[in-house]
Structures are given as structure tokens and as C-alpha cells.
Design a protein around this ligand. Structure first.
Ligand SMILES: NC(=O)c1ccc[n+]([C@@H]2O[C@H](COP(=O)([O-])OP(=O)(O)OC[C@H]3O[C@@H](n4cnc5c(N)ncnc54)[C@H](O)[C@@H]3O)[C@@H](O)[C@H]2O)c1
Ligand SMILES: [Zn+2]
Ligand SMILES: [Zn+2]
Length: 390
């Protein structure tokens, strides 16, 4: 079959690799109809993770089951399915608690696993014609409809992007009806976190970025765009809050209740926009969050960085304003999304017409288009979400 393979820094190829097989009786092999590119793929593409040539990339698979092992009971050849990025066994002590991204069995040398990701287990990626899905009963979410129907873009975002945005808003930030929320980063994850915050009843959602196309999309989804080229976003948001009128007695709460970091360690340094500053967003979040609020960190901070930039270090250490977080009694929550907790619920919001996450998809292509797509997406400008159809 053909697959997108990491070649070198900022270079991917589309080449022939062996077809995946049913290796265990609990496996399925899925024929991929849509597979998306993620900001996480760019961490590898940009050469920040030590990815080795030959790694099949991709972790956002939507498709149709082609073959199943003898023990698989809940899907069969022909079932349309979406598969979570973070594969999991379904029965270990972490999976039983709904913490599937921390599965104790999916990766012998660590917690949790993912397709096509360096250091996240031996699982080839999903930017390919076929994908082997271990523990298929736990990992495959059955979907209605036919490949290529009106839900195709919505459903592919259930693998990773929408569940991450939802996890960031609902669980990590604990967004409640009436909250004020600021989301840093208007890539796919930030946009869908902002969208999720709106669905959860937030009063005002700010979306901070410096890319016109992305800020425009945020506004389309109901957020208030904040362009950090126009100045310190923390001051801009405080000024907007004051303009709308702070409730009487809440003058000491000029920030927001909940902040979501959907940028991670490759954050731009606002003082020098051509450089990175790994601690930029956390520093802004500490200033902006109101006392008693929450900061949700969904952007990735890796345990090692082969080319650390200002504020970060090779072993993943980061300067963080702990004193401010402590003084404000802020809840700080991190981590990968426990996809399967949300996929069923979000599928049903989509099919009921209550959520259309596919609105953020800006580009479609074939597998052969992958090298060009990666190149354009890496500029982090007009390509917000690209979906390939193998
Ligand atoms: N927790 C999870 O399970 C999970 C899942 C998927 C992706 N992620 C991570 O989420 C992050 C975002 O992913 P994406 O696909 O949206 O990536 P992306 O690269 O498309 O978007 C990042 C956005 O952040 C903006 N940005 C950069 N510096 C900024 C700053 N200082 N302030 C505000 N905005 C800034 C960029 O302009 C860009 O639009 C990545 O780190 C990715 O690895 C986490
Ligand atoms: Zn991802
Ligand atoms: Zn498990």
C-alpha cells in the first residue's frame, strides 16, 4: 500500500510500504477514506522530536473496516469507523477509569500510545491506505452513513482534533455556562476548543493568534478574535472586558475565568515574532487568568526537545510562573485527550446537527499531495486543517 513517510527534516515522501495484517485475534484492518494532518505532525516534520526516516505519519483515521480478527465482535467488514489517535487496550486500570491516553498496556515502555508518532509505540501512522487497529472493539467507533457523505469532514475530526478541543474546554479548563474563556492558538485545536467552549455555554470566548485566516475562522465560530500583532493580548482582553462592563464588585477580576493553551512549546515569542519562546503562552495565561480560575494545557510540551528555544530546554524543563499560579489558586491541568470518553458523545452531537466541527477544514487532497500539504501547513497560515483521501 502507499503511505506518507517521514524522510528528513521538512521532507516527507509518499511510498510503498507493506500492507498491515491482522496480527492478533483482536485486531482490525481499516481502509482509510480520510486522514488529517495535525500540528503534532509538524513537531516531527520540523525535526524537533528525533523521528527516524521511514516512520509512517498520521494519527487521524476515518475509514471502513476491511478485515477483523476472530475475537472482534462489535465491528465487521464494511462498518464505517473513526479511530482515536491514542490507541488503548480498553481494560487496564487506566482504561477502566476512562483515562485511555494513559493506557498501561498499549506501550510497554510508557503510558499511552499513538499511531505514527515517535516515542509513542510501534504503531505505523494513518496517512496510509490501510491501518492496523489493535483492540478493535475498544478502538473502533461505528458511524452512520457512507464514505464521502456530508459528515466526512466532521467525522475525521472525531479521531483527534474535536476530542482534543472538547477535552481542553470541558475537562481540563472545566468550562461552565457563563464563563469567560481565552484560547491561545487558533489552529485546529484552539479553534475547536473555542467552539467547544461555546457549545458548553461560555459567555465570551476570546481567540488569540496572529494569523488573519485563523482569526477570521475563530470569529466565524463565534469567538472574539484577538490579534497579538496589535499588542499584548492580555491587555487587549482586559480592555475588551472593561469595555463590555465588569459586574459591580468584580473590578479585581479583569481577566478571564478559564484559559486554554492550544499552542504548546513551539509558541512564537511575541517580542520577536520570528523566534520561538516555549514559555510564552504559560506566562500570558498566568497574567490573564482570574483568581480561582483554571488553565488548561492541551498544546504539547515534549519530554525532550532536540532543538530547544528560549524558555525551554532539551529535557523538557520550562520556566513557569508558579508563584502567580499559586497566589491566584489556579487549577492547572495538562495532557493528551482521553479520546474514547468523548467520541461517542461528539459523534451524536454531529449527527443531531448540534455541532459541525468540519467547518474548520480548509484543504482536501490525495495521498500524493502530502508533501505539498505538509510544506504549506508548516507555514501555519492559510492551511488550518488539511484532509487527505487515500
Ligand atoms: N493534548 C492532545 O491530546 C493534543 C492533540 C492534538 C494536538 N495537540 C497539540 O496542540 C497544539 C496545537 O495543534 P494545532 O493542530 O492546532 O497546531 P497549529 O500549529 O496549526 O496551531 C498553533 C497555532 O498557535 C499560534 N501561536 C503561536 N504562538 C502563539 C502565541 N504566542 N500566542 C497565541 N497563539 C500562538 C500559531 O499562529 C498557530 O495558529 C500542538 O502543540 C499539538 O501538538 C495536542
Ligand atoms: Zn493530533
Ligand atoms: Zn488500557
Amino acid at each position: 500500500m502507499r503511505a506518507v513517510v517521514y524522510r528528513d527534516v521538512r521532507s516527507v515522501d509518499v511510498c510503498e510500504v507493506p500492507d498491515p495484517e491482522v496480527q492478533e485475534e483482536t485486531d482490525a484492518v481499516v481502509r482509510i477514506t480520510s486522514t488529517a494532518l495535525c500540528g503534532t505532525d509538524l513537531h516531527m516534520y520540523d525535526g524537533r522530536t528525533g523521528a527516524q526516516p521511514g516512520l509512517v505519519l498520521g494519527h487521524e483515521p476515518l475509514g471502513v473496516v476491511e478485515r477483523v480478527g476472530s475475537a472482534v465482535q462489535t465491528v465487521r467488514p464494511g462498518t464505517r469507523v473513526v479511530i482515536p489517535t491514542h490507541l488503548f487496550c480498553g481494560v487496564c486500570a487506566m482504561c477502566a477509569r476512562g483515562l485511555s491516553a494513559l493506557c498501561l498496556r498499549a506501550r510497554p515502555d510508557g503510558l499511552g500510545a499513538a499511531y505514527g508518532y515517535v516515542g509513542m509505540g510501534p504503531y505505523p501512522g494513518a496517512q496510509a491506505e490501510l491501518l492496523r487497529v489493535p483492540w478493535a472493539d475498544a478502538n473502533c467507533l461505528p458511524l452512520p452513513g457512507e464514505p464521502g457523505d456530508a459528515y466526512e469532514d466532521d467525522f475525521v475530526l472525531l479521531a483527534d482534533a474535536f476530542v482534543t478541543g472538547w477535552h481542553a474546554a470541558a475537562t481540563l479548563a472545566d468550562v461552565r455556562a457563563g464563563d469567560t474563556v481565552a484560547v491561545f492558538g487558533a489552529g485546529t485545536i484552539g479553534l475547536l476548543a473555542a467552539y467547544a467552549a461555546g457549545l458548553l455555554g461560555a459567555r465570551t470566548v476570546y481567540s488569540v493568534d496572529h494569523v488573519d485566516a485563523r482569526l477570521g475562522k475563530a470569529e466565524e465560530l463565534g469567538a472574539v478574535p484577538m490579534d497579538f500583532r496589535q499588542g499584548d493580548p492580555v491587555e487587549q482582553i482586559r480592555a475588551d472586558r472593561a469595555r463590555r462592563g465588569l459586574p459591580l464588585g468584580e473590578e479585581k477580576l479583569p481577566g478571564v475565568d478559564k484559559v486554554i493553551d492550544a499552542v504548546g512549546f513551539q509558541a512564537h515569542d511575541r517580542a520577536h515574532p520570528d523566534r520561538e519562546r516555549a514559555d510564552q503562552v504559560l506566562a500570558d495565561a498566568a497574567r490573564l487568568v482570574n483568581p480561582g480560575g483554571a488553565v488548561a494545557v492541551a498544546g504539547v510540551y515534549p519530554e525532550s526537545d532536540s532543538t530547544p528555544q528560549a524558555g525551554g530546554s532539551a529535557d523538557g524543563h520550562l520556566d513557569a510562573p508558579w508563584g502567580t499560579f499559586f497566589a491566584k489558586a489556579v487549577a492547572l491541568r495538562f495532557g493528551r485527550t482521553h479520546d474514547r470518553r468523548y467520541t461517542r458523545l461528539l459523534r451524536d452531537l454531529v449527527t443531531a446537527g448540534r455541532a459541525r466541527p468540519g467547518r474548520i477544514v480548509t484543504h482536501h487532497g490525495s495521498l500524493a499531495d502530502a508533501p505539498g500539504c505538509y510544506q504549506r501547513f508548516d507555514r501555519r497560515q492559510d492551511v488550518i486543517k488539511a484532509v487527505l483521501h487515500p
